[in-house]
Write a new protein. Structure first.
Lengths: 272, 266
């Protein structure tokens, strides 16, 4: 039993090293002062970040990524929130089918979504641009958002809304004063997650991107041809933005859980 | 928004039965695309290679993920949180950066060969590590391992310590416990992790392109070339749908086989 437990621990440690090592090496190389992408390192320096920061191609790619991210967030929030509410609360035929369609892109290879959108946009004479990328990212991330939002909506206690109705609150007041504060952390967390996915999206984007590139596209074209060391700095920035978004999502969910526990404790104290 | 998935998907299906030349699709029926895939040996070979690579990746990933998920589920405190945090961090480490990282690691002057030559295991470093199918498999396992861990973790949430203790009290050894108690309870999760990894990895086009070399090329890379450079949308559409169809049918077969095994066991 003891041996088995040690073996399991050893295996998990090796697996974690396997997961983290390649990424850690890219981050390490981004601080390499030499221009070669090989060991041993020449010394540590941050000048590749400066090079990237002064490269107009990189800066505009970062801007484009953020523009796409913002557009995607707007679309997903506006379309996904009512859809999630309908899926969580509605009792209509085709509810399962709607959910399946929205969630399908999560389990489909990006290749199919990408080429389907490519031929579709071509057939309706929409030229690839950042706008088509926004649509593509919204199609891809909507499933993640709707699943999280619908789960939160289902978890709402309908009695709270009924109580507010009884106390004379209108539809708008119930939504703003009762429902919104309860679902806000989960919705923001879901959006942060979508942002992380969008910033990193390459597979679908590649097929619908126009002349303006996003960060992953620039990284790809760089990696495919001549690798310049500044790409490690750009890659590290991309990693950090993803981790930051996910970190924000995790904190939001944690704090809302804690607040709910505190509220419950107070309620019990007052009641008891 | 759902319409933006359904309409393009239907359109892709139709395109595969139309004719395209130089990025211009004409709505003329053409039923030649699919038979062509079956008869052109080069196309057929890459298709088989895609499916085979996907199968290997899915089996390795699912098997490698199970102990990690098990560890997270049944350990407590700092270790549990730490392992979970690493898995999630890895999951949200850019897909592209990770492929690129493996390319950097496994290249001729890569960190791996530097390590091997410095330690003295090999004088000139190994060449079998990079730009072939092995590299593709390693990279894809790396990409999908965190997903698989989380899927299996969700399945293991339903397995309680009490159940395991009960089986132990009834005299089950560790391996018997895993075989007869844990595995049957997480059958669905195992299949989900397998199918998810299988379909997504066999349909990948970036990894084979960046780390695969010539022996590692897969159908996805061909589809990408058709769609972006050769301009034959119809051929690319047919190729990708044939691949997706094969993947879904094979996943269904694995599901059916799993059911059969369970029925026979009972």
């Amino acid at each position: 039993m003891r041996v088995r437990s040690i073996l399991l621990g050893a295996y998990v440690s090796i697996a974690l090293a396997f997961l983290l090592l390649p990424v850690a090496i890219i981050v390490l190389f981004s601080f390499n002062s030499g221009a070669n992408l090989s060991f041993p390192l020449r010394g540590l320096a941050g000048h590749w970040y400066g090079t990237a920061l002064h490269d107009p191609k990189m800066v505009s790619a970062l801007e484009n990524s953020l523009i796409v991210g913002a557009g995607m967030l707007a679309v997903v929030a506006l379309v996904g929130t009512p859809a999630a509410w309908a899926i969580a609360r509605g009792r209509f035929r085709g509810r399962g089918l709607l959910l399946a369609t929205i969630v399908a892109p999560v389990a489909l290879p990006g290749l199919f979504i990408g080429i389907a959108l490519l031929t579709f946009f071509a057939s309706i004479h929409v030229h690839p641009s950042l706008r088509t990328v926004v649509v593509a990212h919204a199609v891809y991330t909507l499933g993640f958002y709707v699943v999280i939002a619908a789960a939160r909506f289902s978890g709402l206690d309908a009695a709270l809304e009924e109580a507010a109705w009884t106390l004379g609150a209108g539809r708008w007041a119930v939504a703003r004063l009762v429902v919104w504060p309860l679902v806000r952390p989960a919705l923001f967390a879901a959006l942060a997650l979508c942002l992380a996915l969008s910033l990193d999206e390459f597979v679908i984007t590649f097929f619908v991107i126009g002349a303006q590139n996003t960060l992953p596209i620039v990284i790809f074209s760089n990696v495919r041809s001549v690798v310049t060391p500044e790409i490690n700095a750009v890659a590290t920035v991309l990693l950090l933005t993803s981790w930051l978004s996910v970190g924000v999502a995790a904190l939001l969910i944690q704090s809302s859980a804690r607040r709910r526990r505190v509220a419950l404790a107070e309620f019990v104290e007052v009641g008891g | 928004m759902a319409a933006f998935l359904v309409a393009p998907a239907v359109h892709l299906g139709l395109t595969s039965f139309w004719r395209t030349a130089y990025f211009q699709t004409t709505h003329a029926w053409n039923l030649q695309q699919y038979p062509e895939i079956l008869t052109q040996s080069g196309v057929w070979q890459t298709m088989v290679r895609s499916v085979w690579t996907g199968l290997v990746v899915a089996v390795v990933t699912t098997a490698a993920a199970l102990p990690i998920a098990y560890y997270i589920r049944f350990r407590t405190g700092v270790r549990k949180v730490l392992v979970l945090a690493v898995v999630i961090t890895a999951m949200f480490s850019s897909y592209l950066v990770r492929i690129y990282a493996w390319r950097t690691l496994m290249g001729r002057d890569g960190a791996l060969n530097w390590f091997l030559t410095t330690v003295g295991i090999s004088k000139h470093g190994f060449t079998f590590l990079f730009y072939n199918r092995f590299g593709v498999i390693i990279t894809l396992v790396h990409i999908f391992l965190p997903f698989a861990v989380l899927v299996l973790l969700a399945a293991l949430e339903g397995v309680y310590v009490d159940v395991l203790e009960a089986s132990r009290a009834l005299g089950a050894r560790g391996d018997q416990m895993v075989r007869w108690v844990v595995l049957p309870m997480i059958g669905r999760g195992l299949f989900a992790a397998f199918a998810f990894t299988f379909i997504l990895s066999a349909g990948d086009y970036v990894t084979p392109q960046l780390v695969g070399g010539t022996s590692g090329s897969m159908t996805g890379t061909f589809v990408m070339l058709e769609m972006t450079q050769l301009g034959d949308y119809s051929h690319g559409a047919a190729l990708s749908l044939a691949l997706l169809g094969t993947l879904v049918v094979l996943s269904a077969c694995v599901y059916g086989a799993g059911r059969l095994v369970r029925t026979v066991e009972r």
